[in-house]
Design a protein around this ligand. Structure first.
Ligand code: CTP
Ligand code: MG
Length: 171
């Protein structure tokens, strides 16, 4: 299995299209309080985790929470798609401004797998073009994410590799 080493103190940025399994992965490997998700923050500011008009406010809240945790020396995982370079750049900047390490974990699943999973989700209403666009962004990201300032970029390819991955916290 792929060994994913993450800093004891610092930031872990999940990257993956909707339905790739980020929240499931985060639940399996991290404490609930270590994970800050864009959906949760959208809920906080809009009473609706799907309200896309709340995205800017939700990310302000997310960055505030993440920044506070980093300042307090707590490992923090960002659960958001982060398929766009600008989203990752903000998080790398945030980690830098707190002098902590930042790693990325990329969940690279086939678009069809994610689309099929999303069909089963009552809480999600993403049109297929949204998933397709995210998938395009993700594929482009694979070629540049290693130059974006992350200490390590762990790319997990496919459902099996993601399921078998083992997380090790550095000491
Ligand atoms: N799922 C699954 N098997 C996995 C991972 C996820 O069947 N190995 C299912 C989950 O139960 C969920 C759906 O796929 O119903 C999406 O998984 P989730 O972890 O919620 O995906 P995210 O990447 O977090 O999606 P989003 O960006 O929309 O939050
Ligand atoms: Mg999720």
């Amino acid at each position: 299995p792929v060994q994913v080493r993450v800093p004891a103190i610092g930031l872990v940025v999940l990257v993956g299209i909707t339905g790739s399994g980020k929240s499931t992965f985060a639940r399996a490997h991290f404490k609930p309080t270590e994970v800050v998700s864009s959906d949760f923050c959208r809920g906080l500011v809009a009473d609706d985790e799907n309200d896309q008009s709340a995205t800017t406010d939700a990310f302000d809240v997310l960055e505030y929470i993440v920044g506070t945790r980093l300042r307090r020396g707590l490992l923090t995982v960002v659960d958001a798609t982060n398929v766009q370079p600008a989203a990752r750049a903000s998080l790398v900047r945030l980690a830098r401004s707190h002098d902590v390490l930042v790693d990325a974990i990329v969940l690279d699943v086939p678009e069809a797998v994610a689309a099929e999973r999303n069909r089963e989700r009552p809480d999600r209403d993403f049109r297929s073009h949204v998933v397709a666009r995210q998938h395009r962004d993700l594929k482009r990201s694979l070629g540049r994410v290693r130059k974006e300032g992350f200490r390590r970029v762990h790319v997990l390819h496919g459902v099996d590799e993601i399921a078998a991955a083992e997380i090790t916290r550095e000491r």
